[in-house]
Design a protein around this ligand. Structure first.
Ligand SMILES: *[C@@H]1O[C@H](CO)[C@@H](O)[C@H](O)[C@H]1NC(C)=O
Length: 527
């Protein structure tokens, strides 16, 4: 070996150690999620949906239908695979139907056991088909002055009618005066909605969705935001992406192309402002948790073994494109899976997806969500088997009854005690790094509850306060600015112990306390 070669090896070693030194200095990250940018979540900006015709009837909307004549709910007998009847006094699972939107005014109805409502050769209503076609496609006609009152027209041109509790059929001819005794009139109650990427793109449809989404991507996050984030002490962004990004510019309908170019821009902006990008696969094909942000069509969680190859291919695509970019912070394999019994599929997927990243990069961090209860350590040793792996945990003092009755101080104590202990449980020396990939300073602490008012009123009545006039109104209000500041500070203190870092949910949101931008601008949070 000539001295030339020695020199270049030395150079390479020198560069390598420098490089790893620089990247090590970046940890732990102070990051923020760019949620609702490349994966839509309607609650953060509902106005994005305003231009959709029948925007209350998006994919996944759950409806219950009551015959005004019989005053009974329609039911898919046995949850599906059987007749549709009109004999239920109250409605729950079997009486609730999930909409698939075919056009602005035509829909399929998916029942509890996942079949679709349609009519058979005798025009009788049944829920037996596993894939919707013409007999399963219905037009919903709303009464314009009372939009909960509807008629439902079948593809044979006739209206549905509840003839009796045991006979519902698609054979009503003629117009209506919308009287309650008309068997073709139904009251529709919406019990749940979904507002994710599937809903917005299919809602606008192939003609309008590409422009609406492009305008959103161009304006929601710009380089100005990276300037702001970097100036305020943030060192990374976590960007939720959907599986369809791997099929850009022509993803399967209803998704539309263009999110890949936006992600490319984010890498450029991050580079310009000294930040890192954590790419997070947030919506996987089949849906990993049924939520808006999982790209679900109707809220069923169907991800499993059969989806592994396609999902690994998405990671492979992302790793190939970004794996060696200097501003890559890591690749998240799947956000927030609630797969329960599918734990084995998840492990299999993590293994293959990690290998897919390693095909393109030896050093990129691979981020795996801890799918179980927040305190769970079941997968710790599994995670420990990979190199440069990060465990992603999400900490919200929300979404669980345990937080509903906590006051301000109890919430703060919970952070210093429970969360600190949960986090140290997944933070090991020489093991995977830990990452609080989502948290927020919003919480379940609210103003006075009904029960608080009742207790206050009772106390006045039975206390020594009898005066001529009194009221149950009082000065109790929601949490103060200082309460929010203390809650945020507690979390920053504790989550700073995560070895990979943390990421606030979310950068921009119409609800102020969820928006880190707003919280920084208004002095609630200082990094
Ligand atoms: C809506 O229903 C009411 C009866 O509930 C009826 O009087 C009215 O004409 C209907 N409106 C339209 C626009 O069909």
């Amino acid at each position: 070996m000539g001295s030339q070669n020695y020199l270049s090896i030395l150079m390479a070693l020198f560069l390598c150690s420098c490089y790893s030194h620089t990247s090590a200095q970046n940890l732990p990250y102070k990051a923020v999620n760019l949620g609702n940018w490349l994966v839509t979540e309607g609650w953060m900006k509902p106005s994005l949906f305003d231009g959709i015709v029948n925007k209350d009837l998006l994919d996944g909307t759950q409806v219950q239908l009551k015959s005004t004549k019989l005053q009974k709910f329609l039911v898919a007998e046995n949850g599906g695979g059987d007749n549709v009847l009109a004999n239920r006094d109250s409605a729950s699972g079997w009486e609730t139907f999930r909409i698939w939107r075919v056009s602005d005014s035509t829909f399929n109805f998916r029942v509890f056991s996942k079949q679709f409502i349609g009519f058979d050769s005798g025009n009788k209503l049944v829920a037996t088909s596993n894939s919707p076609s013409n007999p399963e496609t219905f037009q919903i006609i709303k009464n314009r002055s009372d939009p909960n009152k509807i008629r439902i027209k079948a593809s044979n041109g006739l209206f549905l009618q509840a003839k009796s509790e045991t006979v519902v059929s698609a054979d009503y001819h003629g117009p209506t005066n919308w009287e309650d005794n008309d068997p073709s009139v139904f009251l529709m109650t919406i019990v749940k909605t979904l507002q994710g990427e599937y809903q917005i793109t299919n809602g606008y449809g192939p003609q309008r969705a590409p422009q609406v989404m492009q305008d959103h991507w161009n304006t929601y996050i710009t380089e100005e935001d990276f300037k702001f984030m970097s100036a305020n002490g943030l060192t990374a962004v976590r960007i939720p992406v959907g599986w369809w990004i791997a099929h850009d510019p022509n993803p399967p309908k209803p998704f539309v192309g263009g999110s890949l170019a936006a992600l490319d821009s984010a890498f450029t902006w991050a580079q310009n402002h000294g930040m890192k990008v954590i790419v997070d696969l947030h919506a996987v094909q089949g849906s990993q948790n049924g939520n808006d942000h999982s790209g679900a069509r109707d809220g069923y969680t169907e991800w499993g073994d059969s989806y592994i190859p396609d999902t690994v291919a998405v990671i492979d695509f992302l790793a190939q494109r970004y794996g060696n970019k200097p501003s890559l912070g890591g690749i998240g394999l799947m956000s927030g899976p609630t797969l329960g019994p599918n734990l084995d599929s998840l492990k299999k997927y993590y293994q293959q997806a990690h290998a897919a990243v390693r095909k393109h990069s030896e050093t990129a961090y691979v981020i795996m969500s801890n799918p179980l209860d927040h305190g769970s350590k079941e997968l710790l040793s599994f995670f420990g088997g990979f190199n440069r792996v990060v465990i992603d945990v999400h900490y919200y003092n929300l979404y669980s009854d345990e937080f509903n009755n906590m006051n301000v101080q109890q919430n703060i104590d919970y952070i210093y005690n429970q969360r600190a202990s949960d986090l140290s449980g997944v933070t090991t020396t020489n093991g995977p790094l830990s990452f609080v990939g989502e948290w927020t300073a919003e919480w379940a602490v609210r103003g006075a509850s009904t029960e608080d008012y009742q207790r206050f009123a009772k106390c006045v009545i039975y206390g020594d306060y009898m005066t001529g006039e009194w009221t149950a109104e009082w000065a109790v209000r929601g949490p103060s600015m200082e309460d929010y500041q203390r809650f945020a500070k507690a979390q920053l203190e504790v989550y700073s112990r995560a070895t990979f870092g943390w990421a606030y949910w979310v950068y921009k949101c119409q609800d102020d306390h969820w928006s880190l931008k707003w919280m920084i601008e208004n002095g609630y949070i200082k990094l």
